[in-house]
Design a protein around this ligand. Structure first.
Ligand code: BGC
Length: 560
C-alpha cells in the first residue's frame, strides 16, 4: 500500500465497522470477517481512507465485545486469526488502513486473569508481595484488578458510592465477600493500572497486533484507566460523565495518571518504521482533550463536543473554533464525528426539535421528523467533510440509516436494558445490521435465510446500498461524491481554514484557495457569494439560486 505520506492520519476519513452488524459471511446472523472482506471493495469505492473495527476478540459479548476474554484472538463467530491476517492484507491492497479497538480499562469476567483473581485468596491489606495500591488487599492475582473489602460491620456495603455507567453500583461482591470494581457492567471488571504487570501485558498486546500489520488503535474509555487509589466517595446520586466544571480531580475520570500510560504506548508505536496511530475515546471537560494529544502521547481523539452540538450555527461555530484552536496548540489536527455505535443515529437526532439532545444511554423516544432529519444529516455531512482534519463515519450513515426505536423488547441486547431495570432501551437501535440489497430482510446482510441478530425494519428497502447506488439523490451518492472531491480537490486538502461573514443562522468558511463551504441553518434562503459555482450541495438550490434552509453547499471560485 502507499505509505508515501506519513501524515495520512491528519486528514483521514475513517469508517467505523461495528463488526456484528456490518456483513455476515456465514449466515449465522452475526456479522463477521468474511462479510467484511466481501465488502471491502464497497468501502474502497466509497472513498474512505481507513476502517476502524470494533472489538473482534473472543468475548462472551456481555457488552457487544467490549468485554474481552482474550486480547490476542478472534471471536469464533467472527472468524479466525488467519482470516484477520488476510483481511488486513486485502484492505491494505485496496489502499485502506486498518484500526482496531483496544479495551484497556476492563477485561471480561471470563478473562483468565479475572478467573485467577476469583480463585485466589483475598489476601490481607499490606500483605507481602503486593505491588501495593494503598488500601488494597494484596493478593497478586487480585492486584491486576481493583478488589477491596466492603464497608459496614460485615463488609456487606460496597467499598464506596461509585455508580456503573449502565446502571447500579460500580461494585460486585464475590463469593468470598470481597468486592471488585466495574465502571461498566459487572461482566467488565476494571483493571488496576497501578500494577506494572498490566502495563507490560498491554504493551505486548499492542505489539502483537502491530506485528500483524494493523495501522493503529482506537482506545476505549481512554479517560478512565487511572483511578485514585484511595477510592474516595463521589457523593453523586447517579453515574455521571465528565462534562461540567467543578469536577477537577475526579477519582476515576481524566486523571493525570493516564498520560504516563499513553506516553509508553506512543513509544511502542513509534518503534515501528511506518506510522502507527492512536485515537482516543476520551470524554473530558472542555480544554482537557489537548492533554491527550501532546507530541509524545496519542495522535488524535474523537470530538464528542461536535457530535453533541445542536445543529445550530452559533454553537457549531463555537465548537469548531474551540476544537481547532485547542488542538493546534499541541500540533494535533481536529477530528469530526456525527454518529457511532453508542449514540442515537444523527438522522434521528436531527429530526427532533432539540437537536442537541443525544445521549442514547438515557434518551427516551422523542417525536422525530425523519425527512427533516435526513435533510439536516445531509447538510451536516457536507459541513463535517469540509472541515480541516480527520472525520469518522459510522457504518450506515452513508446510507441514511435512522435509529430503530421500536425494536421488540425481547430482542434488546444492550446491557443497559437489563441494568436499568428495563427503563432505558440502550444502544441497539443504532446497531441494527446493515441493509445491502433486496427488498426484504436480511437485505443482503447475510446469505438468503439469514436471521440477523437484531431485526431489520421493512422500510430498509429504500436505504440499501443497492438502492443508494441507483438513486442520484441518495445519501450514498452524496457521500461518495463528497469523499471523491475531498481526495481530488486541492481546496479541501491541507489545514487552511477561515470564517467569512454570513447572516445569522448560517456558516460560511473558506478552505484552500477558492473553496468555500456555506451552511444554511436559518429559516430563510441564503444568497450565495458571487463568482462562485456550486461544486456539490446537500440538496437542490432554489429557483433563484439561493441556498435553502438545512442545506450545505461547497462552492468554487469561478474561473474567468
Ligand atoms: C464503548 C462502548 C462500551 C464502553 C465500555 C465505550 O465507550 O464505545 O460501546 O460499552 O466503552 O467498554
Amino acid at each position: 500500500m502507499n505509505n508515501a505520506s506519513d501524515s495520512w492520519w491528519r486528514s483521514a476519513v475513517i469508517y467505523q465497522v461495528y463488526i456484528r452488524s456490518f456483513a455476515d459471511g456465514d449466515g449465522d446472523g452475526t456479522g463477521d470477517i468474511a462479510g467484511l472482506r466481501s465488502r471491502l471493495p464497497y468501502l474502497a469505492d466509497l472513498g474512505v481512507d481507513a476502517v476502524w473495527i470494533t472489538p473482534w476478540y473472543p468475548s462472551p459479548l456481555a457488552d457487544g465485545g467490549y468485554d474481552v476474554s482474550d486480547y490476542r484472538g478472534i471471536h469464533p463467530a467472527f472468524g479466525t486469526l488467519a482470516d484477520a491476517r488476510e483481511m488486513i492484507a486485502e484492505a491494505h491492497g485496496l489502499g485502506l488502513r486498518v484500526i482496531l479497538d483496544i479495551v484497556p480499562n476492563h477485561t471480561s469476567d471470563r478473562h483468565t486473569w479475572f478467573r485467577q483473581a476469583l480463585a485466589a485468596p483475598p489476601g490481607s491489606p499490606g500483605s507481602p508481595g503486593s505491588p501495593g495500591s494503598p488500601g488494597s488487599p494484596g493478593s497478586p492475582a487480585r492486584e491486576r484488578y481493583i478488589f477491596r473489602d466492603g464497608r459496614g460491620e460485615d463488609g456487606s456495603l460496597p467499598p464506596n458510592d461509585w455508580h456503573a455507567a449502565f446502571g447500579g453500583p460500580a461494585w460486585t461482591r464475590t463469593a468470598d465477600g470481597q468486592w471488585y470494581l466495574h465502571l461498566f457492567a459487572p461482566e467488565q471488571p476494571d483493571l488496576n493500572w497501578d500494577n506494572p504487570e498490566v502495563h507490560a501485558e498491554f504493551e505486548s498486546i499492542l505489539r502483537f497486533w502491530f506485528d500483524l500489520g494493523v495501522d493503529g488503535f482506537r482506545i476505549d474509555v481512554a479517560h478512565g484507566m487511572a483511578k485514585d487509589p484511595a477510592l474516595p466517595d463521589l457523593g453523586l446520586p447517579e453515574f455521571s460523565v465528565l462534562t461540567g466544571p467543578g469536577q477537577d480531580d475526579h477519582p476515576h475520570w481524566d486523571r493525570d495518571g493516564v498520560h504516563d500510560i499513553f506516553r509508553e504506548w506512543r513509544a511502542v508505536a513509534d518503534g515501528y518504521p511506518d506510522r502507527r496511530v492512536f485515537v482516543a475515546e476520551a470524554h473530558v471537560r472542555p480544554g482537557r482533550l489537548a492533554g491527550y494529544l501532546r507530541e509524545d502521547e496519542l495522535h488524535t481523539a474523537f470530538n464528542f463536543d461536535f457530535l453533541k452540538c445542536p445543529l445550530e450555527a452559533g454553537p457549531l461555530r463555537e465548537v469548531i473554533d474551540r476544537s481547532i484552536t485547542e488542538l493546534a496548540a499541541v500540533g494535533a489536527p481536529a477530528t469530526w464525528v456525527l454518529s457511532n455505535h453508542d449514540e442515537t443515529r444523527h438522522v434521528t437526532r436531527y429530526g427532533r426539535a432539540r437537536t442537541g439532545v443525544q445521549a442514547t444511554f438515557r434518551d427516551r423516544r422523542l417525536p422525530t421528523d425523519r425527512a427533516l432529519g435526513t435533510r439536516r444529516a445531509r447538510a451536516a455531512a457536507l459541513l463535517m467533510l469540509a472541515l480541516p482534519g480527520g472525520a469518522y463515519l459510522y457504518q450506515g450513515e452513508e446510507l441514511g440509516l435512522y435509529e430503530v426505536e421500536d425494536l421488540p423488547e425481547d430482542a434488546l441486547q444492550d446491557p443497559v436494558w437489563e441494568r436499568s431495570g428495563h427503563t432505558v432501551r440502550g444502544r441497539d437501535g443504532c446497531r441494527v445490521p446493515l441493509p445491502w440489497t433486496g427488498d426484504a430482510p436480511p437485505f443482503g446482510f447475510g446469505p438468503p435465510g439469514t436471521v440477523p441478530w437484531l431485526p431489520q425494519p421493512a422500510d430498509f428497502t429504500s436505504l440499501t446500498a443497492e438502492a443508494g447506488r441507483a438513486d442520484p439523490a441518495s445519501m450514498l451518492r452524496l457521500y461518495r461524491h463528497a469523499l471523491l472531491l475531498r481526495r481530488t480537490d486541492p481546496g479541501l486538502r491541507g489545514e487552511e481554514f477561515h470564517w467569512l461573514d454570513s447572516p445569522d443562522g448560517t456558516l460560511l468558511f473558506e478552505r484552500g484557495p477558492g473553496l468555500l463551504c456555506a451552511v444554511n441553518l436559518s429559516a430563510r434562503p441564503l444568497p450565495l457569494p458571487d463568482a462562485r459555482d456550486p461544486l456539490l450541495a446537500s440538496g437542490p438550490l432554489d429557483s433563484d439560486g439561493l441556498l435553502p434552509p438545512d442545506t450545505t453547499a461547497w462552492l468554487q471560485r469561478r474561473t474567468a
